[in-house]
Ligand binder design. Sequence first.
Ligand SMILES: Nc1ncnc2c1ncn2[C@@H]1O[C@H](COP(=O)(O)OP(=O)(O)OP(=O)(O)O)[C@@H](O)[C@H]1O
Ligand SMILES: Nc1ncnc2c1ncn2[C@@H]1O[C@H](COP(=O)(O)OP(=O)(O)OP(=O)(O)O)[C@@H](O)[C@H]1O
Ligand SMILES: [Mg+2]
Ligand SMILES: [Mg+2]
Lengths: 256, 256
Amino acid sequence: MPQIIAITNQKGGVGKTTTAVNLATALAAIEKRVLVIDLDPQGNATTGFGIDKEEGQKNIYHVLIQQASLEEATVKTIVPNLHIVTANMDLSGADIELMERHNREHILKERLNDQPLPYDYIFIDCPPGIGFLTLNALTAANQYLIPVQCEFYALEGLSHLMRLIKRVKNKLNPTLDLNGVILTMYDKRNSLSDLVTEDVKQFFGDKVYQTLIPRNVRISEAPSHGKPVMLYDHRSAGSEAYAHLAGEMLQHEPQT
Amino acid sequence: MPQIIAITNQKGGVGKTTTAVNLATALAAIEKRVLVIDLDPQGNATTGFGIDKEEGQKNIYHVLIQQASLEEATVKTIVPNLHIVTANMDLSGADIELMERHNREHILKERLNDQPLPYDYIFIDCPPGIGFLTLNALTAANQYLIPVQCEFYALEGLSHLMRLIKRVKNKLNPTLDLNGVILTMYDKRNSLSDLVTEDVKQFFGDKVYQTLIPRNVRISEAPSHGKPVMLYDHRSAGSEAYAHLAGEMLQHEPQT
Ligand SMILES: Nc1ncnc2c1ncn2[C@@H]1O[C@H](COP(=O)(O)OP(=O)(O)OP(=O)(O)O)[C@@H](O)[C@H]1O
Ligand SMILES: Nc1ncnc2c1ncn2[C@@H]1O[C@H](COP(=O)(O)OP(=O)(O)OP(=O)(O)O)[C@@H](O)[C@H]1O
Ligand SMILES: [Mg+2]
Ligand SMILES: [Mg+2]
């Protein structure tokens, strides 16, 4: 049974996609079999692996409306051991199209349960906001991971996020567990980074990953080359941080 | 007739709220009468002015469900000439609650047309994504303003945004005009900033504001003090940039 981890935070621009792409790559690099599901109509995770979104490929939208199985919509990436189910703007229509469906928040979960999942990890990259797609991700997942940008507004949004998670656990997915919290775009020159780090550690205790992801220009350049930072510049501080994070995640792995 | 400007970009974390708060403040500082409507359940614009979201005052949610008029939900801010209609997480329920309403994208427009609007500028801070709230903002507005972060993913999202705008103009609001594009978090040490700036200028021509908003730590610190950057540190590069932007916006003002 793979670990199905939703990467979520309703605040925009906090590093959800960057974490999905680079953490998945770092785990694949140490021989874990990984699947990334891009569940954001922006399709940034798809672009982060250099894949063309408009190529007519079956994607997560077709899986949700049952025009393709998960397997049919899965493609290889440039990273060995790492597959992806892509997304594009068609996905923004899914919310309205599936409005009348019974148990509409369970659609992704049902599609995942339809067949064997030959992966150790499945990461679901969530869009910003708290909508239909995010609820589907949190219902399908057995864990969730929260990237928190080291900024004030990102900190403020955490209590909302936890209220939403509580509602999801009560009504949709009682087994959903917090995998951890990752601090992103940490900048030691900016006193706000330490303020946020301290507050987050107070709120979440030992659920906060020790690895801090630094603000690193190579991380933000990598997507324009269609590569994860580990392939774009493996010596960079950004690449090393995500490799370190992958190692830390393995230590927390539940003994199965 | 005030200029009603929706500040929008479906990409998260690009500086929508920061632009709404600080541009509005800069215009109010030169005697323009300004209203900010916080249309994001995160309520970041509300916090950006140091206002408590949970205090029980009427907010934009009550306006949309017709439990308060716009006037009843409007409060003063610490900035003279600047009022706000606040938001909190209740707003995330509006989408579902108003699902059955006829012409549901026109609700905000109707509420704005109910009474005189004693303002020169009304800025609507939109949430990330392309949902019910953003469609309401783009239908109520006579102009839209696009903040673009100087990053690759933000650049990639522009063509989606323009497709959405085209649909809005065809179906919901034919008079919607582009006010302009603002480049945010410009960092001259990062070559990506120039790459994005050039591409955006090619795409939008003279609709791109000359003023570049620099990445500036005082801008990101200001919300934790509940103040726009102009009040928090008016000598900072960030404060000056937004003051400069306000001046530029006035030059473009249609002669009414
Ligand atoms: N550690 C980092 N250092 C530098 N830039 C970063 C870092 N992490 C992310 N970025 C950049 O910051 C921007 C926001 O990150 P990203 O798009 O991953 O956030 P997101 O939460 O997925 O956004 P959205 O809410 O739109 O889905 C991107 O342009 C990305 O390249
Ligand atoms: N010019 C700047 N310099 C430094 N930090 C900035 C700048 N502009 C915005 N920020 C910071 O970047 C983060 C994202 O900005 P902001 O929240 O305004 O974006 P947004 O588009 O409103 O996000 P969302 O999509 O979640 O609504 C915030 O923490 C903000 O303080
Ligand atoms: Mg993303
Ligand atoms: Mg915002």
